[in-house]
Ligand binder design. Structure first.
Ligand code: AMP
Length: 585
């Protein structure tokens, strides 16, 4: 069947959802102060704190017995935590951090799998005025070292296995005061490394009654995530407590999160979706979150949805493509009728996936767009509005998005160009950590330049077209080519490396490297395997190249810059474009 026919065959209209409020149209004159900030709880003495909005306010308002978290361990464990439990545990951890001497604004890195302690720690750190910097637990030592060094990390919370993985680099982080190790259920038997602190011991001594929240203001820093660019190492994107207002409201309006809902977000807290929509948005809206420690598994995910009667499911296109590949039979074996809403973010969502969802889950999948720098959803296919399959939807109330030409002038509808946003939204990044020039370069003629190319249609829906830079999006995770190239050239055989994203039917793109060799090294399949292994150990399997080709010479500009664009065009058999700056061989 042709795609057009499939679309005709399905129903993307809101005719059957008369009770939903169309938030995209409700406010023509939406005002963040009047219509959004007033919905926050605020601290008793006027400050604002993400963790208070997520946890304490529910206890204060009489919802302490509601479940905040159902944790499902990878070995079949289940643990339930009410909002009161969550408050007690996070207060205790806040006290632990204050006792250790943590100061307001200190950067605390969290390098852990999805364990309940990760969330207790994150909320405790925020309450005690610290800045959380979560890291993807699959990272190898190099990305961890780069990020902790850059941020001047003061503390690290980790688990014994991950601590071991990065042990050699920790001595280089001179700002690091303490390493706190969470040995969940004594899964590991080795004693802690000298000087490390045991989370369980610290918590058993901590007194949550003694804890007094630090009075953070909306302008204090809260969360830092590293994101990749085309050039240089990843940049620390710094957010403030103020972001919570947009995370809460988008959680409610774009994802339908409400008190008592059961919510399953598959993103890892090492990436921004895992904090904005895996912590802040759901808990500010008072939901019960399913936290599953394991990774992707079609049958396992469906089993979770069925068993816990998940209402709302937020996932990513790569996962959806894998679910489609797993097939319809496995869907039919499960009762997924509890599902009310499915959302997707991180990469373009194929229109076919929207249709597949409608057919198999009896619900279309709602795509929305945002990025680490925006901190929260900016543009969405709302529960209440008609989905346009393949589109990222319409801007959130109070957000102005535009399509610009190369001179940063706004284009009328039905044009493609640079995707830009009018600055001033509440969850806007405050800075790239210590990279003011880079930060300033993202603002032109009164617009924030997103780094994406897109189009807008006459109905105001935005359509993603691609990245405007060399950043690779693999399985929804951004990878900076420079980071991979830097790792490869540390191998004695590699003289130069150029890295590109190669289209892939499941992961959208895979990381592909081209290398030239130093004298004395021969091209061979063993060397290729060795280089892949080498970069996996340094970076992680997800970031390391999946394919490596050897080149005799690397295409470079006369000023010596590797022409990744040309590498990509040659790989894809596309026209090479303007090569007037190409260095002579
Ligand atoms: P990150 O900062 O890691 O969250 O990545 C943000 C980038 O992911 C965006 O700038 C886009 O390139 C891509 N992205 C996020 N959401 C979408 C979407 N719904 N459709 C297309 N690309 C997306």
């Amino acid at each position: 069947m042709q795609f057009d026919e499939i679309i005709k065959d399905t129903n993307f209209s809101d005719a059957d959802k008369p009770n939903l409020i169309d938030y995209s149209k409700q406010y023509n004159d939406f005002d963040w102060n009047r219509d959004a900030y007033s919905k926050l709880e605020w601290l008793p003495d006027g400050g604002l704190n993400n963790a208070y909005e997520c946890v304490d306010k529910h206890v204060k308002n009489g919802y302490g017995d509601n479940l905040a978290m159902i944790w499902l361990g990878k070995n079949g464990e289940e643990e339930n935590y009410s909002y009161t439990d969550f408050k007690n545990e996070s207060d205790k951890f806040g006290q632990v951090m204050l006792d250790l001497g943590m100061q307001k604004g200190d950067r605390v890195f969290i390098f852990m799998d999805r364990l309940p302690e990760l969330y207790f720690a994150a909320m405790g750190i925020l309450k005690a005025g610290g800045v959380i910097a979560p890291l993807f637990s699959a990272f190898g030592p190099d990305p961890v070292k780069d990020r902790m060094l850059d941020a001047g990390a003061s503390y690290l919370i980790t688990s014994p296995d991950l601590r071991k993985k990065i042990s050699p680099i920790l001595k280089d982080i001179k700002t690091l005061k303490n390493v706190i190790v969470v040995n969940k259920d004594n899964r590991f038997t080795d004693p802690l490394d000298d000087g490390d602190l045991d989370y369980n011991k610290l918590m058993s001594k901590a007194d949550n009654k003694k804890f007094k929240m630090v009075n953070t203001s909306q302008y204090d820093f809260s969360i830092m995530h590293y994101t990749s660019g085309s050039t240089g190492k990843p940049k620390g994107v710094l957010h403030r407590h103020q972001a919570v207002v947009q995370q809460m409201l988008t959680g409610h309006w774009a994802l339908e999160l409400s008190h008592g809902d059961i919510y399953f977000c598959t993103a890892d807290p090492g990436w921004v979706t895992g904090t904005s929509y895996g912590m802040i948005a759901p808990w500010t809206n008072g939901v019960t979150q399913i936290i599953y420690e394991g990774g992707f598994g079609a049958a396992k995910w469906y089993e979770i949805i069925e068993k816990y009667k998940v209402d709302i499911w937020y996932t990513a296109p790569t996962a959806i493509r894998l679910l489609m590949r797993a097939g319809e039979d496995v869907v039919k074996k499960h009762n997924l009728s509890s599902l009310r809403f499915i959302g997707s973010v991180g990469e373009p969502l194929n229109p076919e996936a929207v249709v597949w969802g409608e057919r198999n889950y009896k619900l279309p999948i709602h795509d929305n767009w945002w990025q680490t720098e925006t901190g929260a959803i900016m543009c969405a296919n709302y529960p209440s509005t008609n989905i346009k399959p393949g589109s990222m939807g319409q801007p959130f109330p109070g957000i102005t998005m535009g399509i610009l030409d190369d001179e940063y002038n706004e284009l009328p509808p039905d044009n493609s160009g640079i995707l830009a946003v009018r600055p001033g939204w509440p969850s806007q990044m405050f800075a790239y950590w210590k990279q003011d020039e880079m930060y300033n370069s993202r603002f032109k003629k009164g617009w924030y330049i997103t780094g994406d190319q897109a189009a807008r249609d006459k109905d105001g829906y935005f359509w993603f077209q691609g990245r405007a830079d060399d950043v690779i999006n693999t399985a929804g995770h951004l990878v900076g080519p420079f980071e991979v190239e830097s790792a490869l050239i540390e191998h004695p055989a590699v003289a130069e490396a150029g890295v590109i994203g190669k289209p892939d039917p499941i992961a959208m793109e895979i990381v592909k490297a081209f290398v030239t060799l130093n004298p004395g090294f021969e091209q061979s399949s063993d060397l290729r395997k060795e280089l892949i292994r080498f970069s996996r150990d340094k970076l992680s399997a997800g970031v390391a190249p999946r394919e490596i080709d050897f080149l005799e010479t690397m295409p470079k500009t006369r000023s010596g810059k590797i022409m990744r664009r040309l590498l990509k065009a040659r790989e894809l058999g596309e026209p090479e474009g303007d090569i007037s700056t190409l260095e002579d061989d």
